[in-house]
Design a protein around this ligand. Structure first.
Ligand code: HEC
Length: 129
């Protein structure tokens, strides 16, 4: 079973690479299930989690703090003025809503900026000398 998963992952990674306009953009930081969706709907040709490609890095999309539903809408109806120095993205209406939602949830999970209301209880006291 494990071997199957590894083989599957390798196959998907290869598929991603052959789709890739820029061979230097690694797909290593894309989880296998998201890699599958991104390959199926060709997002992978233009997007990476942490790297600008044809389109913005998903981590930068996440920083815009859209709701998941807003991201789904933007996949169906892109608003190119959100990204002035990029070419306009084509509307991707062929993506089923549940898959678009999975991608949206993942995209939003890539925001590493501090979230409101998650102050850690354990505060490290810095000693100043
Ligand atoms: C042919 C290249 C291309 C493909 C394929 C593509 N995108 Fe994009 N994407 C872009 C570009 C360029 C932008 C920035 C300009 C824009 O929003 O129109 C963008 C922007 C976005 C944004 C930000 C929207 C905003 O307004 O902030 C999201 C989210 C996104 N893409 C998701 C996806 C998903 C999910 C897929 C696959 C279903 C996908 N993209 C496929 C090129 C692409």
């Amino acid at each position: 079973m494990k071997k199957l998963a590894v083989t599957l992952f390798a196959a998907l990674t290869l598929a991603g690479v052959s789709f890739n306009a820029n061979a230097q953009a690694s797909t290593a930081d894309i989880p296998a299930d998201m890699n599958a969706l991104m390959s199926k709907y060709t997002c992978i040709a233009c997007h990476r989690p942490n790297q600008r490609l044809v389109g913005p890095a998903y981590a930068d999309v996440a920083k815009k703090k859209y709701s998941n539903a807003e991201i789904v809408n933007l996949i169906y109806n892109p608003i190119p003025t959100h990204w002035p120095d990029y070419p306009p993205m084509a509307a991707m209406k062929q993506v089923p809503k549940d898959d678009a939602m999975k991608l949206a949830v993942w995209i939003n999970s890539l925001d590493d900026s501090p979230k409101k209301g998650t102050t850690k209880k354990k505060t490290t006291t810095r000693k100043r000398s």
